[in-house]
Design a protein around this ligand. Structure first.
Ligand code: NAD
Length: 489
């Protein structure tokens, strides 16, 4: 960038021990809707991570000895402050990530607020266990204590939403944290740092180090004073994190990718199922780990489903994320757009049929968005189960629709991938719904709906979709260390 240009750029700073620090080098961050560099993100490494871990370690004794109620009040205050600035956060998230302003306003930021409120409340309601052994004259009980400095690493698709889903339980339980958001979407985390002091979060309790996974992320994963890592991102990165953290025997929570099936039986209520399945395929440009990307439709309704599904998908307007009539914004990066487009090309080369979207329909973009990373919602039919489009996570606005005959067959095919995160089942037969839900290898099964979440209950994946669960009780267990104490009287 030229000098004049660079002055206009937003420059982020690391947040360590309650203070902002510039970094010696920076990474360019793009506005996906225009293709312009608009922000510079610190390119932190070992040194910055070292300082952040030290600050978190120093803050731990005081923060961990506060009562849950004191911590709860601070979390609630932080929730109020983010909510007060909801519009500014939503605008920033949309500009940084490419998602529509509507999605940021109604999903991302409200959920970030809710994450703090939810854990502020839930942390007050845990009880420990107690057993008695009268014959031995003993009482046993468990106690739980925060672990220490938690390393939190989050992806670019739901930036503040997923980062706060980790920060909130970690600090509610009395840990201190070093967080590393995705280098592609760091702005809202930085904005949140500016509110911490006012909320009453003591310096060093929440530290945010910006940078790449290879430098800042690995430094955090390898740091001997960080005993637990909570990671959300791709399966490949999780493998690397597992390897790098193994010498330290760290506690890991891994929330990874998916290749989520929707199973639609011929007795499904299509008037509900079709709009919901379009949403589950294309919400947030298909960049949600829970998005549907394999749709199995029972043969009797297959052609009717396909016709109505494509018509519904075509209603989703792609374009400027700030336009309230737009449902599909920009993809995160040029490279990612290329990767997603390549999947469509590969499917075509294998003989699959593209019914709408990429290469089929015109994409009309406003003048300011010509260089943005846009792609139309794309529906592919007649794809083989072995095809990479049916096996690999695409993470874009692309979904495959195939026919099936029997319940037995579809369960086998739905389970025939390495992932196991989320599935949806559509049927009005309640017995079948339970039967199928029990047999699917999937951490979450939604029947006759999608993305309805109760944060109390476990969230997470099976197989290559992850290890561990997050939720009221699950996050509490992850972020605390349990001890069994025996008293002889
Ligand atoms: P990614 O794995 O590339 O990156 C995630 C984070 O890890 C980023 O902050 C990145 O900088 C960091 N990272 C990368 N390499 C690292 C390393 N060697 N050591 C430490 N940190 C490293 O994932 P992404 O592309 O940002 O996100 C998309 C992926 O996230 C998809 O696979 C999606 O399914 C998954 N995801 C899962 C969930 C879930 O809850 N299961 C939710 C959202 C996204």
């Amino acid at each position: 960038p030229t000098m004049a240009h660079s002055q206009a750029l937003l420059v982020l700073e690391n947040f360590i021990g309650g203070k902002f620090f510039p970094c010696s080098s920076y990474i360019d961050s793009y506005n996906p809707a225009t293709g312009d560099v608009y922000c510079r993100v610190p390119d932190s490494g070992k040194e910055e991570v070292e300082a952040a871990v030290k600050a978190a370690k120093d803050a731990f004794p005081i923060w961990s000895s506060k009562s849950p109620l004191e911590r709860s009040q601070i979390l609630n205050k932080l929730a109020d402050l983010i909510e007060h600035d909801l519009e500014a956060f939503a605008q920033a998230e949309s500009k940084d990530q490419g998602k529509t302003i509507t999605f940021a306003r109604t999903v991302d930021i409200p959920r970030a607020v809710h994450n703090f409120r939810f854990f502020a409340s839930s942390v007050l309601h845990h009880v420990t266990e107690c057993t008695e052994m009268p014959a031995m004259g003993c009482v046993h009980y468990t106690s739980r204590a925060p672990v220490g400095v938690a390393g939190l690493i989050s992806p670019w698709n739901l930036p503040l939403y997923l980062l706060t889903w980790k920060i909130a339980p970690a600090i509610a339980c009395g840990n201190t944290v070093v967080a590393k958001p995705s280098e592609m979407t760091s702005v809202t985390a930085w904005m949140m740092c500016k509110l911490l002091e006012k909320a009453g979060v003591p310096p060093g309790v929440v530290n945010v180090v910006f940078g790449t996974g290879a430098k800042a992320g690995e430094a955090l994963v390898c740091h001997p004073d960080v005993p637990l890592i909570s990671f959300t991102g791709s399966t490949l990165t999780a493998q690397r994190i597992t390897e790098r953290s193994a010498p330290h025997c760290k506690r890991l929570s891994l929330e990874l990718g998916g290749k989520n099936p929707a199973i639609i039986f011929d007795d499904a209520d299509l008037s509900q199922c079709i709009p919901t399945t379009v949403r589950s395929s294309f919400a947030n440009q298909g960049e949600i780990c829970l998005c549907t990307s394999r749709i199995f439709v029972q043969r009797g309704i297959y052609s009717e489903f396909l016709k109505r599904f494509v018509a519904e998908a075509k209603k989703w307007k792609t374009g400027n994320p700030s336009d309230p009539t737009v449902s599909v914004g920009a993809l995160i990066s040029k490279e990612h757009l290329e990767k997603v487009r390549n999947y469509v090309k590969k499917a075509q080369a294998e003989g699959a049929r593209v019914l709408c979207g990429e290469g089929m329909d015109p994409l009309a973009l406003p003048p300011g968005n010509q260089k943005g990373y846009f792609m139309l919602p794309t529906v592919i039919a007649e794809v083989k189960d072995e095809s990479c489009c049916m096996q690999e996570e695409i993470f874009g606005p692309v979904t495959c629709v195939v026919a099936f005959d029997t319940e037995e067959e579809v369960i086998k095919r739905a389970n025939g991938v390495k992932y196991g995160l989320a599935a949806t089942v559509w049927s009005s037969n309640v017995g079948r719904v339970h039967r199928v839900a029990h047999r699917l290898q999937s951490g979450l099964v939604w029947t006759n709906c999608w993305l309805v979440r109760d944060l109390n209950l476990p969230f997470g994946g099976m197989k290559a979709s992850g290890i561990g669960r997050e939720g009221a009780k699950d996050s509490y267990e992850f972020f605390t260390e349990v001890k069994t104490i025996t008293i002889k009287h």
